[in-house]
Design a protein around this ligand. Structure first.
Ligand SMILES: C[S@@+](CC[C@H](N)C(=O)[O-])C[C@H]1O[C@@H](n2cnc3c(N)ncnc32)[C@H](O)[C@@H]1O
Length: 375
């Protein structure tokens, strides 16, 4: 009797995607896992395969391309480097990661920033200077959290001085090299430390600034703890100025890529899930420095974190990176797809109760994931 052979369509059961993976993707996996121990290679290989397949399905990778684009490859390299450090005990948490990353970037920190980023900052500095001047410009105290080399805090103080105001400037940074530079650059009071636990004894401030996405260097739980702590160290009727990076606008695709990587790696590495990383979390390196961690925000999220910790949001503005253009958006309802930074000007209120807020946590692998993991 003749055996009946049923022909399977080539890509059946893989959502129309090539299975096994295209050679270019397999070569990329080999490249990023080169030099790692075999047990780690065995975990990264299906995870990166999963990133590829799911990104093709969701359209982050264009149907016609066989491999990840160069930006996507760089992001995967950074996440693989971080995950490897994490599982081999190299970095205990994202704060340690950031300390190493910014210490490596300290020399020439401001000079190495591109003209677009500096122009964007210039637009933000104008709002911040006015906000800080109103609250502290008559000889008050202002603390800049995560000051780096301090140059930006000094520019803002200079703007306030030009309009006839003055205040005493304090600053804190995690990186000892950054603190040294900030001191050399002329910040009068600057200490090394984690802004989760501010230095300067019981000093209370009329205003605090935390700029260039810096509060996003803390994970969500720690951000709430930091904001509560800052609330306690800000004078009654004092203010806070933040700028954070937007998940949407300019960063929409980038955010999707990071989310895809985090989710797939999280399915294979419980160590990452335990870190409590969430949607909008980025691990990325700048100009070959060790990677750092940062969270990009949805407007509603930063507003609810501030409200939960007792702050009243007075103004929210989105800024187009490179254009220095602002869109006043007090209600948070206006949208502009080029908006890269969200500037939030908040005020301490005496009466607002603190509330608990929750964030999405990355999920563990499901049996469906295990089926898709085979490369
Ligand atoms: C992106 S830079 C921003 C520098 C500056 N605020 C500006 O606007 O140009 C972030 C800085 O925050 C510091 N930093 C990150 N996490 C911190 C933490 N938990 N406590 C204190 N400083 C921190 C880093 O060392 C780095 O110098």
């Amino acid at each position: 009797m003749n055996k009946i052979v049923t022909k399977q369509p080539a890509n059946e059961g893989t959502g129309g995607l090539p299975n096994p993976l295209p050679a270019e993707v397999r070569d990329f996996i080999k490249e990023v896992t080169a030099g790692l121990d075999q047990p780690l290679v065995n975990r990264f290989t299906p995870a990166i395969g999963q990133i590829y397949r799911q990104s093709r399905e969701s359209g982050i990778i264009k149907a016609e391309s066989q491999c990840f684009d160069e930006q996507f490859k760089d992001l995967i390299r950074d996440w693989v480097a971080y995950t490897t450090q994490k599982v081999t005990g190299g970095v205990p948490d994202v704060v340690a990661l950031n300390k190493g990353s910014f210490t490596a970037r300290a020399e020439g920190y401001t000079d190495n920033q591109g003209p677009r980023a500096l122009k964007n900052q210039e637009a933000i500095n104008n709002f911040v200077a006015q906000w800080v001047c109103d609250a502290a410009g008559k000889g008050g105290k202002v603390l800049d959290a995560g000051t780096a080399d301090g140059k930006r805090a000094l520019i803002i103080a200079g703007k306030v001085a030009q309009s006839g105001g003055n205040y005493e400037l304090y600053a804190v940074d995690l990186s000892p090299e950054m603190v040294l530079l900030a001191r050399q650059n002329g910040i009068p009071h600057v200490e090394e430390g984690n802004f989760l636990n501010l230095p300067f004894g019981d000093t209370r401030f009329n205003a605090m600034t935390c700029l260039d996405g810096t509060i996003g260097h803390l994970r969500s739980e720690d951000r709430i703890q930091a904001l509560q702590h800052w609330f306690d160290r800000i004078d009654d009727d004092g203010v806070l100025a933040l700028d954070v990076f937007n998940q949407q606008g300019l960063f929409t695709v980038l955010t999707k890529k990071h989310n895809a990587i985090r989710t797939a790696l999280g399915a294979h590495f419980p160590e990452l899930r335990e870190e409590g990383l969430t949607e909008g979390d980025f691990i990325y390196s700048v100009a070959g420095s060790p990677p750092c961690y940062i969270h990009h925000f949805k407007k509603d999220d930063i507003v609810s974190e501030l409200r939960a910790t007792g702050f009243e949001v007075s103004q929210l503005r989105t800024i187009a990176i490179g254009l220095g253009r602002d869109k006043t958006d007090v209600t948070g309802q206006e949208e502009d797809y080029n908006q890269a930074s969200i500037v939030v000007l908040a005020r301490k209120t005496k009466t607002q109760p603190r509330i608990t807020i929750q964030h999405e946590q990355s999920r563990g692998p499901t049996s469906q994931d295990s089926k898709r993991m085979a490369v």
